[in-house]
Design a binder for this molecule. Structure first.
Ligand SMILES: [Zn+2]
Length: 90
C-alpha cells in the first residue's frame, strides 16, 4: 500500500519523501518544508522552542508519536512521524 502511494505520488524512494502540490504537481523535499525542518530539530533530541534536551513520550498511533519537551518550564508538544520525517505542533 505504502509503495503504491509513493509510486502514485511520483516519489523516488521512501528516504526521499516529497510534498506534492496536487494542483501544480510541484514537488518539495519534505526536509525543506516547515514540518521537515521541525522534525530535524526534534530528531537531534533538542526542543525547537527552548533548545532543552529530551522529550517525554505520550500517546502513539499509526505511524506517529506525541511527545512533550522534558523541560517543565517549556512543555512544548509535538506529533512526530519519523517514517516520513515530519513533525507538527499540538
Ligand atoms: Zn522545550
Amino acid at each position: 500500500m505504502f509503495d503504491r502511494l509513493m509510486k502514485w505520488l511520483g516519489a523516488k524512494e521512501a528516504s526521499g519523501m516529497v510534498e506534492v502540490n496536487l494542483t501544480t504537481g510541484t514537488q518539495i523535499p519534505v526536509s525543506k518544508t516547515d514540518k521537515g525542518k521541525l522534525y530535524a530539530k526534534i530528531a537531534s533530541n533538542h526542543c525547537p522552542d527552548c533548545n532543552g534536551e529530551g522529550f517525554l513520550a505520550g500517546p502513539s498511533g499509526g505511524m506517529s508519536q506525541n511527545i512533550m519537551c522534558a523541560n517543565e518550564q517549556c512543555g512544548a508538544r509535538f506529533n512526530v512521524t519519523p517514517v516520513i520525517g515530519i513533525a507538527e505542533r499540538i
